[in-house]
Design a protein around this ligand. Structure first.
Ligand code: UDX
Ligand code: ADP
Length: 473
């Protein structure tokens, strides 16, 4: 396409998920002159986006209800009519799921692109006139080539159809999606059609300062998303490796983090030691990077990034192991209170949560887990642990079991140990003098998020392990 920058009046987003929903809501809010339709094959999800009760939107994000409330029905629409949405659009965002493949070539590492391909084929079939297609899902480098090939085939069949493909990755984090979208550090647009790039830039220019809109080629943009997540995850593995070293040497990882974080070249963020990273992106994106590096014969590079994921898993196994070791080498039949199951605070998301691996290890050792999380549903925990809850104790049979606790007090009652695995605010304010007498002595607190006050825990007569703290034991 040559000539002037096309004006964008109608946008269609395929995929009303975690990324598509909030992103389109903010675009509609900031661009009242653009009609935005989010389409999805999942009728239940669309119905939830259209629910009159804004507290029942399918994605919980602080501030999202207000944004959706302002523009839904005005210039923001949620619909199952995928074909009509595509046909009416000047610009189509692909925001479908791209999970790690579970079988076949690249299983466990590569992204499963079946939904991207299917949505690209829908665009090819139903688009009219010139359509700018924007990859929003996190995709392996060079996926745009697949999308382009599918669209070009349609272009060849129908003279009146033309397409430009852009990559525009999303960097929002869960829990801060709305502020991340409203005040992004940067917006990245990759492509090889300058007019299409400027058309998308003009959408963001409604609220994003020009110097924060970066333009690159397609492949740089796709790779930047994987690289950003790989670098963030690498910092967490780095600080967790140092946390283990601190525990062996009498250093405190928080002091080390503060000391290195004041170096402006390093910076203070993402230096919080803990039970390892979870969430839907970090592990998935690094494994994808590892797979792609292997594909291109860069085996040393693949091994380097693989070590970030391996260190993360090691940290989780290490925590489970040290719980067992400190409880006289056995947790069989012992009640352990697990506080927090979500992958981070302020979300009910458990995808790749550190709690999953740690709990599974302890169940394997025959533990009796009482799990409390303020937001995660018991069905989700059962799915994640691959085991239904059980009310009756398995005693010393060696069979691990878990049950849901309705409160911190319920979980802790008669427990030999408390494990804190998510940094919920409420866990920072626990009253240890009240909790300690309810536990079976000698009792332990294993604080994988460093949220407790060590003095208070010890004054209550409890033994304490705190991640990265070599001064206690
Ligand atoms: C991340 C990226 O931040 C975001 O840019 C990208 O678009 C999606 O992936 P998210 O998964 O929502 O966002 O969570 P994030 O806040 O980055 O935390 C990821 C994991 O790292 C959590 O398990 C968190 O507890 C852990 N973490 C984070 C640490 O252990 N230490 C830290 O210092 C920071
Ligand atoms: P993300 O976290 O990347 O937003 P989600 O899994 O939350 O991913 O959402 C992706 C959405 O995309 C799902 O609701 C799914 O139903 C939808 N989807 C996948 N493929 C298609 C398709 N071909 N057409 C319409 N919707 C699709």
């Amino acid at each position: 396409m040559t000539g002037s920058v096309p004006a964008i009046r109608t946008i269609c987003c395929i995929g009303a998920g975690y990324v598509g929903g909030p992103t389109m809501a903010v675009i509609a809010d900031r661009c009242p002159g653009v009609q935005v339709t989010v389409v999805d094959l999942n009728a239940e999800r669309i119905a939830a986006w259209n629910d009159a009760d804004l507290s029942r939107l399918p994605v919980y994000e602080p501030g999202l209800d207000a944004v959706v409330g302002r523009c839904r029905g005005r210039n923001l629409f949620f619909s199952t009519e995928v074909e009509a949405g595509i046909a009416a659009a000047d610009m189509v965002f692909l925001s479908v799921n791209t999970p790690t493949k579970t079988k076949g070539l690249g299983a466990g590492q590569a992204s499963d692109l079946r939904w991207v391909e299917a949505s690209a084929r829908s665009v090819a079939a139903h688009a009219q006139g010139h359509t700018i297609v924007v990859e929003k899902s996190t995709l392996p480098v060079r996926t745009a080539a697949t999308v382009q090939a599918i669209l070009q085939a349609a272009q060849g069949e129908a003279e009146c159809k033309t397409f430009s493909v852009l990559s525009n990755p999303e960097f929002l984090a869960e829990g801060t999606a709305v502020p991340d979208l409203e005040q992004p550090d940067r917006v990245l647009i990759g492509g090889d059609d300058p007019q299409a790039i400027e058309a998308l830039a003009s959408v963001y220019a409604h609220w994003v300062p020009e110097d924060r809109i970066l333009r690159t080629n397609l492949w740089s943009s796709e790779l930047s998303k994987l690289t950003a997540n790989a670098f963030l995850a690498q910092r967490i593995s780095s600080i967790n490796s140092i946390a283990a070293f601190c525990e062996s040497t009498g250093a405190d990882v928080r002091e080390v983090a503060r000391a290195i974080g004041t170096d402006s070249r390093i910076g203070p963020k993402f230096l919080q030691a803990g039970p390892g990273f979870g969430g839907s992106c970090f592990q998935k994106d690094i494994l994808n990077l590892v797979y792609l590096c292997g594909h291109y014969g860069l085996h040393e590079v693949a091994a380097y990034w693989q070590s970030v994921v391996d260190l993360n898993a090691w940290q989780q196994h290490r925590i489970a192991r040290l719980v067992v070791n400190n409880l006289f080498g056995t947790v069989t039949g012992k009640r352990l209170a697990v506080l927090g199951f979500a992958f981070k605070a302020d979300t009910n998301d458990t995808r790749d949560a550190p709690a999953i691996r740690i709990c599974r290890d302890l169940l394997e050792e025959g533990a009796d887990l009482a799990i409390y999380d303020p937001k995660v549903a018991p069905e989700q925990i059962a799915r994640d642990l691959g085991m239904a809850p059980s009310a009756s104790s398995s005693g010393l049979t060696g069979e691990g079991r878990w049950q849901l606790a309705g409160s911190v007090h319920d979980a802790v009652c008669s427990a030999d140990a408390v494990l804190i695995l998510t940094e919920w605010q409420a866990f920072r304010q626990l009253s240890w003098p009240e909790l300690a007498p309810q536990m079976r002595q000698p009792a332990w607190v294993f604080d994988a998020r460093a949220v407790v006050d060590p003095e208070q825990v010890r004054a209550a007569g409890l033994r304490l392990w705190r991640v990265g703290d070599g001064n206690i034991g």
